[in-house]
Ligand binder design. Structure first.
Ligand SMILES: NC(=O)c1ccc[n+]([C@@H]2O[C@H](COP(=O)([O-])OP(=O)(O)OC[C@H]3O[C@@H](n4cnc5c(N)ncnc54)[C@H](OP(=O)(O)O)[C@@H]3O)[C@@H](O)[C@H]2O)c1
Length: 262
């Protein structure tokens, strides 16, 4: 089935003001799908919306919403209640830098947990109900290679990204029989503006993928859920899953050491 027929006529991009969210928005708009852009930065959303309207013959809406706010689902629902949403990308979720749990503020920890677990669960439920009822759709939750083992100075982040993968697997089992594709997109280092602003953006010697390539890979493989791993990371993914846990933690910690030790 063509992308627009299966995942249109509207897509919601949660985390859409830059980076991977914009790459998905462009590729979905190029396929003729109308877009609802969600993020906190209104000016950046204006720019993205303007760019999409200039380049593609689609409708674009902006919703300035913090995905960790208590009334987030109600506000997203209000921004989308009169349109038929066939695709959800839950993209927002990065952390700004490595930190021991004992050095993190409670607000910082709660923000990471809310953004990556509660936010994506509640939006997947909200839009998933409608997609199952109409018998088609797609849900992509952005995870991280950091989920494959707990990691030094990234303990909360690696744990919430493991939630993303396990949640997507269960959701896939529930929804795939109804024609709704679900996938956790388990990416590695990716050249987004947020990465470049963060401590991880410093040159670590670890190559970064391009957001456009990741979005293209995900959209081409949406029917191959529940877990999508970019081809260049698949061998490492399988090796990590097969390791004894202690070895996996040590390997993950070593792999991220050039970034976490800065
Ligand atoms: N970049 C990497 O190397 C890398 C590696 C592995 C996994 N990932 C994952 O890939 C995803 C995208 O990462 P990223 O590097 O682009 O950084 P990000 O900080 O997750 O930003 C992505 C988008 O989410 C929005 N956003 C962030 N927090 C939000 C909130 N509370 N409410 C609403 N929107 C919010 C941002 O816009 P506003 O600031 O305007 O709200 C931005 O448009 C994340 O889930 C991250 O964990 C990234």
């Amino acid at each position: 089935m063509a992308v627009a027929a299966k995942y249109g006529p509207w897509a919601v991009i949660a985390g859409a003001s830059e980076g991977l969210g914009v790459s998905f928005a462009e590729q979905l708009a190029a396929a003729g799908i109308n877009i609802i852009l969600i993020a906190r930065n209104a000016e950046k959303l204006d720019e993205v919306a303007g760019m999409l309207v200039d380049r593609f013959a689609v409708q674009v809406r902006k919703a300035v919403i913090d995905l960790t706010s208590d009334d987030m689902v109600e506000r997203v629902a209000a921004a989308s209640e009169d349109v038929d949403v066939g695709f959800l990308l839950y993209n927002a979720g990065a952390v700004s830098g490595p930190k021991l749990v004992i050095d993190q503020g409670r607000d910082e920890i709660m923000h990471t947990i809310r953004l990556n677990t509660i936010g994506q669960t509640m939006l997947a439920q909200h839009f998933g109900q409608k997609m199952v009822a109409r018998g088609r759709g797609g849900i992509v939750l952005v995870g991280s290679g950091g989920a494959h083992a707990g990691c030094y100075q990234l303990a909360v982040y690696s744990a919430v990204k493991a939630y993303t993968m396990t949640f997507a697997e269960g959701l896939w089992a529930e929804m795939q029989p109804s024609g709704v594709d679900v996938a956790a997109l388990m990416i590695g280092r990716t050249r987004t503006p947020a990465l470049e602003r963060s401590e991880y953006g410093q040159d670590s010697g670890v190559a970064a993928a391009e957001p456009d390539d990741i979005a293209r890979f995900a959209l081409a493989n949406l029917e191959n859920g529940p877990v999508l791993v970019p081809p260049e990371l698949q061998a490492a993914f399988l090796a990590m899953r097969a390791m004894p846990r202690r070895q996996a933690v040590e390997t993950m910690t070593r792999a991220l050491a050039p970034q976490t030790s800065k």
